[in-house]
Structures are given as structure tokens and as C-alpha cells.
Design a protein around this ligand. Structure first.
Ligand SMILES: Cc1ncc(COP(=O)(O)O)c(C=O)c1O
Length: 358
């Protein structure tokens, strides 16, 4: 046998590796998952009934594309069917974007810190990340526009931003989009759209209507509470949408996910009551922690950002000891998902005992 061995693409060297590990024993005691921006409430009874009906058909493949869901989304958003793309979560659509729209050496402009998938999607395609630091935890749209060069083929924009939760207003976003050259694709990730509903909140689907270089991504994972079923969608003009569909994994959205998403769309008013509860809890947390002296930027999502810098490890460890599992961006800050009231009470109580050292 030859001593040569197959080698993965060199670009994968720049991508964090997942190292398989044996399953961990279940944690003892109560713990609160506040690290993935999940909806803390279980699916609504109507969605659960739909899920169990769809489960009885798991011997069958789903459609190559989820046609019922695509149709329902097109009607809800008032866009032609040809503008809707779906995927196994919006991260699935990011992979389609990388395959369909990026070539080695292309530059991709995005803010940092922002959604952790950005550098992975870009590097995976052999494209070049151009990271523009946030200013005061906000997108610096002026600097992002200035970072666009003739080699730029894509701009990634997470609005509101993960992990800071901050949002730029509709007018500022429009001004930025108007400055982006038509050949540069702008991907506007609105994973937290439903939590960001002020009078100045942008609506990417409206913005896309007269902007053929804009793709909007949304998900059923956050407000709709279906993270475990993996279903997200995008809205784009037909040429881009068709390219994305060509790169989709066939049958990538399961029948259970499709049916649950349809049930969630039908139960929107109940879900939006939940969104209101989560938003009210977010503001309660922000005010309580602000009174304790913690600095927390105003957010428009289902999480809070604590810019703790070097203090983030100490605070994350103290929270973990009380069963509060948050996302530690070591050296930068903590991203804390808004949980159920009892988890939020525990968070307020625990942080009260810790003094900010910044
Ligand atoms: C900005 C952003 N986009 C996309 C996602 C992933 O969504 P999905 O579950 O649809 O893949 C997340 C999840 O945390 C997110 O924060």
C-alpha cells in the first residue's frame, strides 16, 4: 500500500475542529441552559400534536424541498414562491451561500464580534474574511462600507447582532444598503427579527423587494421554539434563490420539521405572547443588573450581552457554580440567554453577590 494518504482541503486548517467525546453523564442538580439563545418554553401543545402525527411517517422521505412550508412562507411574507429558500436551520442556508456565491480569494466583509458561523462559512469557501470591529457594541456601518473593495463579493450582517444584541435602525441600515455596489451580495441575518419590533426596526423582507443583491435569513429556532428540528428560511430574488436551491441537501428539511413549522405559523399569536414575555424579562433583567452597576447595552433579542473583558471567566465560573450556564467569550464578555423567570431571578441574585471589577 502507498504511504501517501488523502488530505483534506488546506482551507479546513483554519476551521475549529470538533473532537468527538464520550457522552457526558447528565448534570446533577438544576441547571439553566442560557448559552444558545434557545426559547426556554417547550413547543405549544398544537405543535406537539402535529409533530407526533408527522412522526408516524418517518419511514418516508420528505419532499426534496418542503413545498407546503415554502408556499405558506411565500403567502405570509407576500413574496413570490421563487423568492423563498429553506434549509436545515439558517446555518444550512449559510453553507448553501458559501457554495453558491463564494469563490476562493473573494473578500467577505462582516463585523466582529458577530455570529460565530461567519468566519467558518468564509474560510470554508477559501474566501478571505475582512472583519470590521464594532464601535460601542454596534455595527460600524461607515467602516463596513469603507472596507468594501473591488474584491468584495459578500457582506454578512447580523441584525440585531449576535452576541451583543444591539440593533441599528432601519434608516441607517437603508443608507448602508444603498452604498453597497450592486454586484456585492448582502446577507442580512434576522434570526432575532421577532424580538426586535420597535418603530425603527428594519424588516429585511421589505428591504429586499427592490434590492436584488439582498438575501434575508430567518429561522424557526428562536421565537418559534423549534431549534431542535432544524428549519430556517431565506428570501432572495429568483436568480440567487435558484443558486441556493441548487446547493441544498435534497430532503434536508424533515417532514416533522416542516409540519411543526407550519403549526407554529398557525399559532403565531400564542408564540408572540411568549415573545412578549421573553422581551419583558429581558428588560427586567437589564434594569435589575443595571441597578447593580453592570453595564449592559440595550438589546433587541432574546439575550443580553455583558461586556466584561478580562473579567468574563471569573463571572462565568461563578454563574456556573449556581447552575447558570452562559456563553463565555473569554476576554470579551458573556452572552446570556433570557430564560424563564426563575432562571432570571437566580441570575439577578447571583450577580448581585459579584462586584463588577471593570
Ligand atoms: C445570528 C444567528 N443566525 C443563525 C443562527 C442559527 O439559526 P438556526 O438554528 O436556524 O441554524 C443563530 C443561532 O444562534 C444566530 O444567532
Amino acid at each position: 500500500m502507498s504511504s501517501l494518504s488523502p488530505s483534506p482541503r488546506v482551507v479546513l486548517d483554519g476551521i475549529p475542529a470538533y473532537v468527538p467525546k464520550p457522552p457526558q453523564p447528565p448534570a446533577t442538580g438544576v441547571s439553566h441552559r442560557l448559552f444558545l439563545n434557545e426559547n426556554p418554553y417547550p413547543p405549544l401543545p398544537s405543535a406537539l400534536a402535529t409533530i407526533s402525527r408527522a412522526a408516524s411517517q418517518t419511514n418516508l422521505y420528505p419532499g426534496i424541498f418542503p413545498e407546503q412550508l415554502t408556499d405558506a412562507l411565500a403567502r405570509k411574507l407576500d413574496v413570490p414562491l421563487s423568492h423563498v429558500v429553506t434549509g436545515p436551520g439558517s446555518v444550512g442556508i449559510y453553507q448553501q451561500l458559501g457554495q453558491a456565491m463564494l469563490s476562493p480569494g473573494d473578500e467577505v466583509v462582516y463585523a466582529w464580534p458577530s455570529f460565530e458561523a461567519f468566519p467558518i462559512v468564509v474560510r470554508m469557501a477559501g474566501a478571505v474574511p475582512v472583519e470590521v470591529p464594532l464601535t460601542d457594541e454596534l455595527h460600524d456601518l461607515e467602516a463596513m462600507a469603507a472596507a468594501i473593495t473591488p474584491r468584495t463579493s459578500m457582506v454578512l450582517l447580523c441584525e440585531p447582532n449576535n452576541p451583543t444584541g444591539t440593533a441599528v435602525g432601519a434608516a441607517e441600515l437603508k443608507r448602508f444598503l444603498d452604498r453597497v455596489p450592486g454586484h456585492v451580495l448582502v446577507v442580512l441575518d434576522e434570526a432575532y427579527f421577532e424580538f426586535c419590533q420597535g418603530p425603527d426596526a428594519p424588516d429585511g423582507v421589505e428591504l429586499h423587494r427592490d434590492r436584488p443583491n439582498l438575501v434575508v435569513l430567518r429561522t424557526f429556532s428562536k421565537a418559534y421554539g423549534l431549534a431542535g428540528l432544524r428549519v430556517g428560511y431565506g428570501v432572495a430574488h429568483p436568480e440567487i434563490a435558484e443558486a441556493l436551491r441548487k446547493c441544498a441537501v435534497p430532503c434536508g428539511v424533515s417532514r416533522i420539521a416542516e409540519q411543526a413549522a407550519l403549526a407554529a405559523l398557525d399559532a403565531e399569536s400564542e408564540l408572540f405572547d411568549q415573545v412578549d414575555r421573553i422581551t419583558a424579562e429581558r428588560e427586567r433583567l437589564r434594569e435589575a443588573l443595571g441597578r447593580q452597576g453592570w453595564s449592559i447595552p440595550p438589546g433587541a433579542t432574546n439575550f443580553l450581552w455583558m461586556p466584561l473583558g478580562d473579567d468574563s471567566d471569573r463571572v462565568a465560573a461563578a454563574l456556573e457554580r449556581r447552575g447558570l450556564l452562559v456563553r463565555n467569550f473569554s476576554g470579551d464578555g458573556l452572552r446570556i440567554t433570557v430564560g424563564r423567570p426563575e432562571a432570571n431571578d437566580l441570575l439577578i441574585e447571583t450577580l448581585k453577590g459579584l462586584t463588577s471589577v471593570r
